[in-house]
Write a protein that binds this ligand. Structure first.
Ligand SMILES: [Ca+2]
Length: 309
């Protein structure tokens, strides 16, 4: 069954793979791409989104959202993604213009113009735009099928001991998103750390022997080096496309329905996603945590999509 998604992202090497997965997979109808300041500044990640869309032949509207968190200063990640946000590759000049609407308005319009329950939101950056859309038009909460977001973790952080980068950048926004009356699936580090671009995966991508597969190869070459240097991964975890893959094929992730809270004021734990795993606690929030992944099936979807482009 084809699913309609809005991808809210900050490309970013793993966002780039998420965009290619959404563009190339036959079970996804990409309705819009919105950008948010995160891995790099809004200007840079928006330029990257336009270049990637040109490369992948995407015709969905693309617009720029917030340039930084709701009420904090933006922290970027040049050590992982480089100065451009997408170091290691050369992008084509954009073949399209940005949609003139603010990203938040594009998100709201796309949801409100669609039948209830038909759109899945897939945020793969800080949750600033999504929280802002909820504040501006709270009715979107009842009209979205699900929020499948890359962020957080039940047992591990990366930006700090407690926090994953996307949540740490804008914890207040994450708190709003995790507290809203809609279904949130947290596709966090517990599963995305398993989604590694191993030599075997890269061999399969190279074997496609297309301009896009060669682009992905170059993209991953930089990402391998930065992840080895910064986080000691032999093969880099490719986080963001896992949140798209969950929409394509929900069976690839094991999930648990558990209350999830975002720490906004911890001494050591700001940005932590606290998952209440006490079995006697009945979840009264519609929040779900991904706890397991079928890695081979995940990469099959990604490689299939890259091959379709
Ligand atoms: Ca991202």
């Amino acid at each position: 069954m084809v699913k309609d998604i809005i991808l809210d992202c900050d490309p970013g090497h793993d966002d780039a793979i998420a965009i290619l997965l959404a563009a190339g997979h036959h079970d996804i109808n990409l309705r819009a791409i919105t950008t948010v300041g995160g891995n790099q500044t809004l200007e840079k990640v928006t330029r990257n989104a336009l270049g990637l869309a040109t490369l992948a032949g995407i015709t969905a509207p693309i617009s720029a959202g917030h340039d930084g968190p709701l009420n904090r200063n933006l922290v970027t990640s040049p050590e992982i993604h480089g100065e451009s946000g997408l170091d290691g590759v050369t992008l084509p000049d954009p073949a399209m213009d940005l949609d003139p609407r603010h990203g938040v308005d594009l998100i709201i319009d796309a949801i409100m113009e669609s039948d209830p329950g038909t759109i899945t939101l897939v945020p793969t950056g800080p949750l600033t735009n999504i929280a802002s859309a909820l504040q501006k038009q709270p009715e979107i909460a009842s009209r979205v099928a699900e929020v499948s977001l890359m962020g957080g973790g039940a047992s591990v952080g990366n930006a700090t001991a407690a926090a994953e980068f996307n949540i740490l950048v804008d914890p207040e926004a994450a708190d709003i998103v995790f507290s809203a009356p809609w279904k949130v699936t947290m596709v966090g580090l517990d599963v995305t750390h398993e989604a590694q671009a191993t030599p075997d995966v890269l061999d399969q991508i190279r074997a496609l022997n297309t301009p896009i597969s060669s682009f992905v190869d170059d993209l991953m070459a930089f990402f391998i080096r930065s992840n080895q240097r910064e986080q000691q991964f032999a093969a880099p975890p490719v986080h963001d496309p896992v949140a798209v893959a969950h929409v394509i094929d929900p069976g690839i992730l094991a999930t648990e329905h558990r209350p999830i809270f975002v720490e906004t004021a911890g001494k050591y734990t700001t940005g932590m996603t606290l998952v209440d795993r006490r079995p006697w606690i009945n979840p009264d929030k519609n929040t779900h945590v991904a706890t397991g992944i079928d890695v081979d099936r995940f990469w099959d979807h990604v490689i299939n999509a890259i091959g379709n482009l």
